[in-house]
Design a protein around this ligand. Sequence first.
Ligand code: RB5
Length: 143
Amino acid sequence: MKLVLGADHGGFDLKENIKEYLKEQGIEFTDYGTLTGERCDYPDIAKKVAEAVADGTFDRGILVCGIGIGIAANKVHGIRAALCHDCFSAEYCRRHNDANILTMGGRVIGPGLAREIVRIFLSTGFDGGRHAVRVAKIAEMDK
Ligand code: RB5
């Protein structure tokens, strides 16, 4: 799986922690920044990450900002960004929504829970079936 990460200053520390986790697990990733903790605008990072997932450069993305809402990423056609601050949401955004970007708030959750959410998000498949019909309806709205 090709994975891309991004964060603004509000999510920088958590993104760096997630990178350590991914390295420990032997999971490859690309980091689209920010590469420092300096103040920056989250829509710029979200756009880069979301467009790279939407065009197939990457299979999944992880975006971390202060609250993690994912509002900018979901403006990009083909993106289903899901805010997950619990394990149940991480599992079902994959199984039911085929979420392709995970968003989290670095000012909301700690690294232990975030790592577990990442693990679930990356290892859970889409159930398809009736859920595929619903996801197709989202794509229709996206046109
Ligand atoms: C930055 O202060 C903060 O507004 C940003 O990280 C994010 O929470 C926006 O969604």
